[in-house]
Ligand binder design. Structure first.
Ligand SMILES: *Cc1c(COP(=O)(O)O)cnc(C)c1O
Length: 221
């Protein structure tokens, strides 16, 4: 039996104060989330819209929900009223939809740009070339209902730590490039969301500001 309370306390004692813990609760029941909540954890990550919606009404309203999985444009409407951050923005078409739904809801939504860093075909995300091209075109200028808060990425699922380290370092370099080129005066652009149960220590070493950890807290899925 996994001890959620103990797992969180161990993790918190290991993470630098400056690194935010997103507790990834996908597939886990509301009762598990409550156990984590009662330790003081407020930020939870889910990868499916339907799942967040069905859980959130049974949980305290001061939970900060982060969407960390691929989001379809037609589902934006159903989360825009409460979502705290969308970490998995992987197209400007999606960003436009988030912006316009946020406007209708009278909100401004924090987003991360998901960047592709792994050597796996299945992972979503922008390439840095795509991002550069889009951002140069001024696509963000008219989007007043979103804040771009930084970048998110997933390393290759591998035991090759040199490779993973290299991917995290690359994501940090992309972050610094984007910050310097497009977000210099923007204080909100400051997050590098990288690191999961298997690789968060490497990610923290490489400059992560936000780790997304599921199985180390809640047990295997
Ligand atoms: C599931 C998931 C995580 C957490 O994975 P663990 O290995 O259980 O820590 C982190 N990020 C994303 C995008 C995920 O889908």
């Amino acid at each position: 039996m996994f001890d959620i309370v103990q797992n969180i306390s161990i993790l918190k004692s290991q993470l630098p104060q400056s690194v935010k813990l997103v507790a990834v609760s996908k597939t886990k029941p509301v009762s598990d989330i409550l156990k984590a909540y009662n330790t003081g954890q407020r930020c939870f990550g889910e990868n499916r819209v339907q799942e967040i919606i069905s859980k959130k009404d049974h949980l305290p309203s001061d939970i900060e929900w982060h969407l960390i999985g691929h989001l379809q444009s037609n589902k934006v409407k159903s989360i825009v009223s409460f979502i705290s951050m969308i970490e998995s923005v992987d197209s400007f078409r999606l960003l436009q939809v988030i912006n316009s739904e946020a406007q209708k809801a009278g909100r401004k939504i924090d987003c991360l740009l998901q960047i592709y860093i792994a050597s796996e075909e299945t992972k979503y995300g922008f390439t840095i070339q795509e991002l550069k091209k889009e951002l140069e075109s001024g696509v963000l200028n008219d989007m007043h209902n979103i804040s771009i808060c930084g970048v998110m990425g997933m390393a290759t699922c591998s035991t090759d730590t040199v490779k993973i380290e290299h991917e995290f370092r690359t994501l940090r370099e992309y972050f610094l490039f984007l910050k310097d080129t497009f977000f210099k005066a923007d204080n909100k652009f400051r997050e590098i969301s990288m690191g999961m149960s298997g690789d968060y220590e490497l990610a923290v070493k490489e400059g992560s500001t936000m780790v997304r950890i599921g199985s180390l807290i809640f047990g295997e899925r």
